[in-house]
Design a protein around this ligand. Structure first.
Ligand code: PDD
Length: 279
């Protein structure tokens, strides 16, 4: 059922999936989303993604009652075996009869899900270039909001400079990428910024910290000054669709040896083995 998408209780061809132009997602970016990978037809860390989804929904005052099993039942018909795919799930505050910033009295959320193939990202093996940019986003970056204008403008600014990711900096501290979390290796220790309203709590980030703990790889959740980023022996950006991507150049300067580093290689091997053990 690959050409099918899910919209408000129905499965239908993508071309037939339509929402009103008065949908608050369209008019205000009033909604949240999730990106959930599936390997060989099996959803990866679904419970964690649904916990984050429910936090995002609570954050925009749009609680929903679906259980993990309910969501799984919705996604199942969209998935195929023998493929790496991801579910894109978007929930908006739905159609309202007139454009008004305040919430409408009657709210029927719009729920949309589609499945896409995860195409291997060459940068995961070869490394990417990144550029640091001032974080111009809002103060609730822990909510996975569809309102992504800040993120897309920053990512495009990076792309315009021939870089694959923007590393976002606020008050002299490195926070995350435009669509990824960040890790650095300093003196053989893995460091990632602590969870806060300034970053999205990435599921890949959690998995990496679990793998580090389980395999005695030294790690710490701590603030990272911009200067420390520039002196790190390894820098990575992480996300569900690209996994762990080594950054081999930041702001035009080589990171470490200029090649993906040994700690990246070790954690990437562990992540690939972990994925295999689940699928
Ligand atoms: N983005 N930080 C931001 C701002 C992100 O957009 C993402 C992922 C992450 C990593 O989260 P996770 O490991 O759970 O994928 C961190 C998704 C992939 C996207 O917007 O397409």
């Amino acid at each position: 059922m690959t050409d099918q998408v899910y919209l408000n209780g129905d499965y239908l061809p993508l071309a037939d999936a339509k929402v009103s132009v008065l949908d608050r997602g369209f008019l205000f970016g009033d909604g949240v989303y999730e990106v959930i990978p599936a390997y060989n037809g099996r959803l990866f860390r679904l419970e964690d993604h649904i916990v984050r989804l429910n936090n995002s929904l609570a954050g925009i005052r749009l609680p929903m009652s679906q259980s993990v099993a309910d969501w799984e039942a919705i996604f199942r018909p969209l998935l195929e075996n023998d493929k790496d795919q991801y579910i894109y799930l978007q929930i908006t505050r739905g159609y309202a009869p007139k454009r008004d910033h305040g919430f409408p009295e009657q709210i029927v959320p719009t729920v949309f899900a589609m499945c896409s193939e995860i195409k291997p990202f060459a940068g995961r093996i070869n490394g990417i270039k990144a550029v640091t940019l001032d974080d111009t986003r809002w103060q609730l970056c822990n909510i996975k909001a569809i309102t992504l204008l800040g993120n897309i403008l920053l990512r495009q600014q990076a792309l315009d400079q021939d870089c694959a990711e923007a590393i976002l900096v606020r008050n002299g501290y490195v926070l995350e990428g435009a669509a990824s979390n960040i890790f650095v290796v300093i003196d053989d220790e893995l460091i990632t910024p602590p969870k806060s309203n300034e970053i999205l709590p990435g599921i890949t980030r959690d998995v990496i910290l679990e793998l580090a703990a389980a395999h005695n790889i030294p790690y710490r959740e701590d603030i990272i000054a911009l200067e420390a980023l520039h002196n790190a022996s390894e820098v990575w950006v992480t996300s569900s669709t690209r996994e762990i991507v080594p950054v081999v150049e930041v702001d035009g300067e080589q990171v470490g040896t200029g090649k993906p580093g040994p700690v990246w290689q070790r954690i990437d091997d562990l992540l690939q083995a972990y994925k295999k053990s689940l699928s």
